[in-house]
Design a protein around this ligand. Structure first.
Ligand code: SF4
Length: 365
């Protein structure tokens, strides 16, 4: 299959691993931002074929993992109202809230429905004019255009029974916050290819300049990631710091301009709380005032619901690359995909789930 098979070719991957081994003369800590990239690394054992000088740490690019606990609690509170249909992606149903998750809320009679696109939520609202349909709209820049389109469509149709509980996060401010932290160890980043497909990669220039470290936009297949690592390594060993694009088959410098336009029409940049990490200035999106009628936080007066993270889950350190999932005492013991304590064990893009599925045996004893 074009653009798949050649990026999973073991012979090419081995050649890249050899080139990386030949290039690595010093120790380097590299971070892949995206949870999809983390899963590829674990699934194909890429970290195991790298030379010992390269340490890969995993970033906060899992949308389910960084959705604040209070957003989950708000969604559950809404779902338990008899007049509400709570609509969400399937991944969100098992994310633990303070007391229960959306699956358990559903078992208690809440009308929780799974969709595969935001426009399905609009369709549900259209078909249920006597109920309030709330779509749990989470994600990075990747999902923001489609979520924006749902609000835009609802407004165009004058749907009065549709709203969105929005928790949108942005990658560049999160990288800036990680780099500005005194605890930071990361010396080079693999930027998320799918986010850059939408947004382009101009925004990353300022990070390269301000922190003097290389960033390479990377894809999601094993060969993509090994190539991105080699590109980072060549720069680091030569004391260079540039922005490069490995994922040229999908990403252009400017990105998808129509998608950016609909995002800007519906959303504006706002401060955002990240689950585990805390607030990061200007790192999220909220609905513009013109779309206030579609903002579930305002429609249902949810802003009073707040929550504190459980102390046992160390996802804050995992999401910042400071600890590995196997460093968590609860990993594969009290925390499993069936009984998760934290979101990174639930999500298909969560680092803890990746370690559990692909190397559970490697848990530190
Ligand atoms: S293993 Fe579970 S408790 Fe530990 S950091 Fe991951 S999600 Fe949190």
């Amino acid at each position: 299959m074009k653009y798949i098979d050649e990026y999973r070719d073991a012979r090419i991957a081995r050649g890249l691993a050899k080139a990386i081994a030949n290039c690595a003369r010093h120790n380097w800590v590299l971070m892949e931002i995206c949870g999809g990239q983390t899963h590829t690394i674990m699934r194909y054992g890429l970290d195991e074929i790298l030379p010992r000088q390269i340490e890969l740490v995993h970033g906060p690019g899992c949308p389910v993992c960084v959705t604040p606990l209070e957003t989950i609690d708000r969604a559950i509170a809404l779902a338990l109202r008899p007049e509400v249909i709570l609509v969400s992606y399937g991944d969100m149903l098992r994310v633990p809230g303070s007391d229960l998750d959306l699956f358990r809320a559903k078992a208690r009679g809440a009308d929780v429905r799974i969709v595969y696109s935001p426009t399905e939520a609009v369709t549900i609202a259209r078909g249920n004019p006597d109920r309030n349909v709330v779509f749990l709209a989470i994600g990075f820049e990747t999902t923001a255009p489609a979520n924006a389109m749902a609000a835009w469509q609802a407004r165009r149709e004058g749907l009065a029974n549709f709203s969105m509980l929005v928790s949108h996060v942005l990658v560049p401010p999160a990288i800036r916050a990680l780099l500005a932290s005194p605890e930071n160890r990361v010396q080079g980043f693999i930027a998320p290819g799918h986010v850059c497909t939408v947004m382009g990669y101009q925004e990353y220039e300022a990070l390269v300049r301000d922190f003097a470290l290389p960033i390479v936009v990377g894809g999601f297949e094993p060969v993509d990631l090994l190539e991105a690592i080699l590109m980072l390594l060549k720069q680091l060993e030569e004391h260079e710091a540039r922005l490069e694009n490995q994922y040229v088959r999908s990403v252009s410098c400017q990105g998808n301009l129509p998608a950016q336009r609909i995002m800007q029409e519906v959303f504006e940049i706002a401060d955002q709380k990240w689950r585990g990490i805390g607030p990061i200035p200007r790192s999220g999106l909220r609905l513009r005032s013109e779309f206030a009628a579609y903002d579930a936080n305002k429609v249902f007066d949810l802003e009073l619901i707040t929550a504190d993270e459980p102390a046992e889950c160390i996802s804050a350190q995992v999401l910042q690359g400071l600890k590995k999932p196997t460093d968590c005492p609860a990993f594969a013991m009290r925390c499993t995909p069936e009984n998760p304590l934290g979101a990174p064990m639930v999500s298909a893009e969560g680092a803890c789930a990746a370690y559990y599925h692909y190397r559970r045996h490697a848990r530190a004893s």
